[in-house]
Design a binder for this molecule. Structure first.
Ligand SMILES: [Zn+2]
Length: 200
């Protein structure tokens, strides 16, 4: 194939095309936009990416991503530290934070149990959750896994593991379409789902 741009630009386009929501065509458009706005966009983005690559870390406590460990949420003494909201992915945590729907701590599982895809309990951070949940003073666990079969299976499994711990476990009242993923819900729906959480 005949090359129309330099390898550096081609590489930029190929990498952009790997971002969620961007195909080859929109990646090309984005690359062109960046190149045209070299000072205002391309260079600041480049240093923001370098900074993030340098500093981003996963919280060893809850699994959130931040530039410090423990993360800002785990550090925050104004939050309710006796309650943990369990989510599948960091994107779900961010969605709940955006909605201002939760003022406790979080636990990011890193996915869901799936027999089909061979995801077992030890592949997720379930043992660490049980460890955190059974610490002194813990009161409530809210299971905010998605309303998918895998999400609900995972929530049931965790409830079983926490049986006898004396903790109150509840799940989000999904006024949410079946298969609904938290990250795609509007903030009002999320807040309502959290407020009307019900016991497992
Ligand atoms: Zn954390």
């Amino acid at each position: 194939m005949k090359r129309t741009t330099g390898v550096e630009i081609e590489r930029l386009i190929q990498l952009l095309a790997k971002l969620p929501g961007l195909g080859p065509r929109s990646a090309r458009r984005a690359a062109l936009h960046l190149i045209k706005n070299r000072d205002k966009l391309l260079q600041p983005l480049s240093s923001a990416l370098a900074d993030a690559a340098d500093k981003v870390t996963v919280c060893s406590e809850c699994g959130n991503v931040d530039t410090m460990d423990p993360c800002a949420i785990c550090h925050d003494l104004t939050r309710d530290r006796a309650s943990i909201c369990v989510v599948e992915e960091v994107g779900d945590l961010w969605a709940l934070e955006r909605a201002g729907a939760w003022n406790g701590l979080y636990h990011v599982l890193g996915g869901t149990l799936s027999a089909m895809e061979g995801v077992r309990p030890e592949d997720l951070s379930i043992a660490r959750l049980v460890d955190r949940a059974t610490r002194e003073g813990m009161r409530e666990i809210v299971l905010a896994t998605n309303a998918t079969v895998e999400g609900q299976t995972t929530a049931h499994y965790i409830t079983e593991r926490l049986k006898g711990s004396g903790l109150s476990t509840s799940r989000l009242a999904h006024g949410v379409p079946v298969g609904g993923e938290l990250d795609y819900l509007d903030e009002g729906t999320l807040t309502a789902a959290m407020k009307s959480r019900r016991p497992f």
